[in-house]
Design a protein around this ligand. Structure first.
Ligand code: CU
Length: 268
């Protein structure tokens, strides 16, 4: 021990403990998760996700003790960052949790939540260990069990989500669906849909994405889910002529007006 201390001048670089290594792993995991999200689910690079990936790696380096060694509280960075990633998009997280039929996205989110839990618990645990004593500590005896349990829950939840289920609500035959006006994902890029006031209107909602969307018009109380890789239908009647915003709940920000939306014009 004396030899080790002597080899490093003044401040010794502490060896990071087992829990800190787990925090580092979770942070690298965040970076990989956001890369995968863009590559496999979104299909293109989307800000600020590359920034999230890069920041996760920077934090991983800090927790690993590089370039500055010896911040006892550095594992907390992983915990705080993980919680920020989830809570910063809480509405999106809640929407996806309520729509397990988007299996791919649902599985991604569950894995992300598991990683955040790991970062949170390991981050707090590592910090407590760091303040208790300066030496390296072993992993708590319960850690392997906790990971096994978490992994089991994760696999179970995804398996349940992947069970095929019949579409909720009315079944509309493919022939009838073909006669309805189509709403494509590209229509959410500022497109316009026209319907007649007072008439029964049917829209064929086509989602060719690997991720889930929705078709919402608040004023007309239309809230239709658009599960991944599937066609759904919205049937409604608008009494009052006018111009309304239709939007996708998880990908539209009402406060800023940014995101997936278009205009629904109800003609007299
Ligand atoms: Cu969307």
């Amino acid at each position: 021990m004396d030899i080790a201390m002597a080899s490093t001048p003044t401040k010794s670089r502490r060896q990071i403990n087992g829990l800190s290594k787990i925090v580092v792993g979770a942070l690298v995991g965040f970076a990989l998760m956001y890369t995968y999200l863009q590559a496999a689910l979104i299909g293109h690079v989307e800000m600020p996700l590359p920034v999230f990936s890069a920041l996760s790696l920077v934090l991983a380096a800090l927790v690993a003790g590089k370039p500055i060694g010896g911040w006892r509280w550095s594992p907390l960075l992983g915990a705080v960052w993980g919680v920020f990633l989830l809570l910063g998009k809480l509405d999106l997280v809640l929407f996806e949790l309520a729509h397990p039929e988007n299996t791919h996205q649902f599985a991604w989110l569950l894995l992300m939540i598991a990683l955040v839990l790991v970062a949170l618990l390991a981050g707090i645990g590592a910090t407590v260990q760091n303040y208790r004593s300066a030496g390296t500590q072993q992993l708590p005896a319960l850690a392997p069990w906790a990971f096994t349990l978490l992994a089991g829950l994760l696999v179970g939840a995804v398996a349940v989500a992947a069970i095929p289920r019949s579409a909720s609500g009315a079944q509309v035959s493919a022939l009838v669906q073909q006669q309805l006006r189509a709403v494509l994902i590209s229509d959410f890029d500022g497109g316009t849909i026209r319907v007649k006031a007072g008439e029964l209107a049917g829209l064929r909602l086509e989602n060719t994405d690997a991720g889930g969307h929705s078709f919402d018009v608040d004023e007309l109380d239309i809230h239709a889910a658009m599960p991944s890789d599937s066609t759904s239908v919205a049937v409604f009647s608008a009494a009052k002529p006018g111009s309304y915003i239709f939007y996708c709940r998880p990908h539209y920000d009402k406060a800023t007006g940014q995101g997936m939306h278009g205009t629904l014009i109800v003609e007299p």
